[in-house]
Write a new protein. Sequence first.
Length: 295
Amino acid sequence: MDILNFGSINIDHVYQVDHIIRPGETLPSSSYHIHAGGKGANQSVAIVRAGGSVKHAGTIGENGRWLKELLDSSGVDTSLLRVTDEVATGHTIIQVDKSGQNSIILFGGGNNMQDESYIRAVFDSLTGKEVLLIQNEISSLPLILELACDRRLRICMNPAPFTEGLLSLPLNRVEILICNETEAQGLTSSTEASPKVLIEHLCSLYPEVQIILTAGADGVYWNEGSTTYHEPAHPAQVVDTTAAGDTFIGYFLTSLGKDSTLKEAIRIASDAAALAVSREGAMDSIPFSKEMGAR
């Protein structure tokens, strides 16, 4: 399976603090770390570590060139990635207090600068056999979806994070929709807490779409026709859930590309996500396929 991931790339600035800073307060930080981030970048790395191949498209500034080098060294094809001195790379400023609570400022930067000429150039370079993977962390999603549909590409969408703008997109033309409970509540305009009810609601809204609902400790729900199935959460010593969803998506798509059944791909992806949450960090926590055999 050839995958094009048109996705976000961020620089994460993480500060350890005694408490989340209050208005007007100056507060020392006990530690500071810089990490590669963004759902798009994490999912591309997960695909490669699962044994798949992916081209990553998106926009970063010159200050993020090291991110391109990192993706290159991870095995991601960055030939379509745009580096420009006209914008800054998207980044976050993350405060983490001593109890583990966090506060995040997100600057979209290059992720919000996907202009039409660049997007068309990306699609003009494709063979037409690719699967398009997208999230909700970049701009111009309506055009990206339009061009993908025009070229009859298979589309997998992770509507994260949820925003009201997603409701105006032609999600009925997506082949696979992978979301968590919060995103499912947004898409259904519901406060429903039951994952089973949420996926049934999503299936009624998008009857032609393959829905996969990840529900953390409650496992994964998916539909086949009018029937809903459930994969219990795999045992895990939870340390950090940051990249669990990104790991799941990368392993799921790669497994489908290796002719696994839907159920098998979900089982493999769930196993990989369980291993990821047992480790600290986002991209650093994503397991390699060679680690999976021992589980």
